[in-house]
Design a binder for this molecule. Sequence first.
Ligand SMILES: [Zn+2]
Length: 247
Amino acid sequence: MIRERASPNHADRGDEPRIDMLVLHYTGMTSAQAAIERLCDAEARVSAHYLVDEDGAVWRLVAEERRAFHAGISCWRGETDLNRVSIGIEIVNPGHEWGYRPFPEAQMAALAGLCRDIFARRPIPPDRIVGHSDIAPDRKSDPGELFDWARLAAAGIGLWPPARAGLERRRGKAVGVVERAGALADLAAIGYCVAAGTERPALAAFQRRFRQARWDGLIDEETAVRLREVRGLYDAARRRPASARLN
Ligand SMILES: [Zn+2]
């Protein structure tokens, strides 16, 4: 059951609206109530379509057909203005500023159920399910390194390369110039918008999501292998016809 609380912060999606991206956030506030108040405060000019509380309660704040204000300045595969094409979900967690903590199972289960509901209505390809930090790595770190992307993928939501035994032994080992260039090419091919000087935050965003043991933004061997694996999955998903996608 979804609880309704209408936020005044939304707008038209523009001409030829398409909704084919999902952006996951954490609220980064001390309580769910404080987050809901802010997301519904006309002066704050921020919002999201849904909010998932730690106990699994789901709130709808903005209708999916409308543009919510959650992504801000952001970029994925060269595309900007991502609020126009995305659905934003705020996941209650104090965040790095107020006591970052694991996301409870009740919350993850509710989130997975909400995602499946959305996918039943919207053709959102698995390579377009992103965290806020993936699309704004120089500004954002949510939902962060405690968020269980593997659990979501096991529920059919998003892409996750299977764990490979022994990979952690390559953590911290330096890579050469050629490997570094290849790793940055993989990062861009996955979808991260990388410019000169922003490689490190983009790499850290990748690590928070796909190599959560360390998110220093440096390309060690483990990160390079992970980048190659993730790119392979994303390339394969994009080659599949939409009708064959499972999400
Ligand atoms: Zn966010």
